[in-house]
Design a protein around this ligand. Structure first.
Ligand code: ZN
Ligand code: ZN
Length: 264
């Protein structure tokens, strides 16, 4: 499994793309997770063609996680995508996404490829991918995602503070990404994660490597100044590419010296 960080930024970041990743298997299947306003450009910069992404998964529909959908679908329409597309979202959040699709193709009402809308379930599969979801503590329902491919397990929180259910989903993952807005501890009722909580999370869940992201711009220098003190914790960044096969082969040692992944 390969991870490409399109964006690691918070909603209104002036330095990073809005948070989104691409997950790829060995058969060139690609999932895009979330699609905020600055994500389409990140995809085009990489030269990812209009037929290459098979699935878009929306953790939730705050604009920093979904508003890029109209621009991305518009580009795929313009470049005559032919491959079918699967979109996974929560049933009650589908309508605004359908409106972004309508905007992408207006004034026409048809697009050159099939779109299959799928409701997010607690557990489901796609081709040989095994998926499980759990809700974080957030302003609106946000479905974090656990992806299992062969012997590799990856977790992505989307947005929001960890819950008992998301911690259970993270257990033993080879790699997890957790939203972490703040350097300082937030109220336990908060809608976002914080740094002290992420340090605890690493121990509680036994994940091999925990990437934190979606940090407020103002929190980043403070996090950078201390993150090397905690083995296994690292700060995500735009353009970071991770290969779980390589990391497992190295027994995650790449994280223990400088806390910076080897292949950045
Ligand atoms: Zn967000
Ligand atoms: Zn959100």
């Amino acid at each position: 499994m390969k991870i490409d960080v399109i964006g690691c930024g918070s909603a209104f970041s002036t330095i990073n793309n809005t948070s989104s990743i691409i997950v790829k298997d060995n058969d060139e299947n690609q999932w895009l997770i979330d699609c905020g306003p600055t994500v389409p450009r990140g995809i085009w910069e990489r030269g990812i063609g209009p037929n290459e992404i098979n699935v878009i998964y929306f953790t939730h529909i705050h604009p920093d996680h979904c508003s890029g959908l109209a621009a991305l679908l518009n580009q795929w329409k313009s470049f005559e995508r032919t491959e079918p597309l699967d979109i996974f979202c929560q049933l009650e959040q589908r309508k605004p996404l359908e409106q972004l699709l309508a905007l992408a193709i207006w004034p026409e009402n048809e697009i050159s490829f099939e779109i299959h809308w799928n409701d997010i379930q607690m557990a489901f599969s796609w081709k040989h991918w095994q998926l499980a979801t759990a809700k974080t503590q957030h302003e609106m329902d946000n479905c974090s995602l656990r992806i299992t491919l062969e012997d590799q397990v990856f977790f992505y929180s989307g947005d929001g503070r960890p819950t008992a259910a998301t911690k259970a989903l993270m257990q033993g993952a080879d790699m997890a990404f957790q939203e972490c807005a703040s350097f300082e501890a937030l109220e336990s009722s908060s809608s976002h994660g914080d740094y002290p909580d992420c340090v605890k999370l690493l121990v509680e869940t036994g994940v091999q490597a925990l990437g934190i992201y979606h940090c407020f711009d103002s929190a980043i220098p403070k996090i950078e100044s201390v993150i090397a003190d905690t083995d296994g914790l690292f700060l995500s960044r735009d353009g970071l590419c991770l290969d779980l096969t390589e990391l497992k082969a190295l027994q995650h040692k790449v994280f223990s010296e400088s806390n910076k992944p080897i292949n950045q």
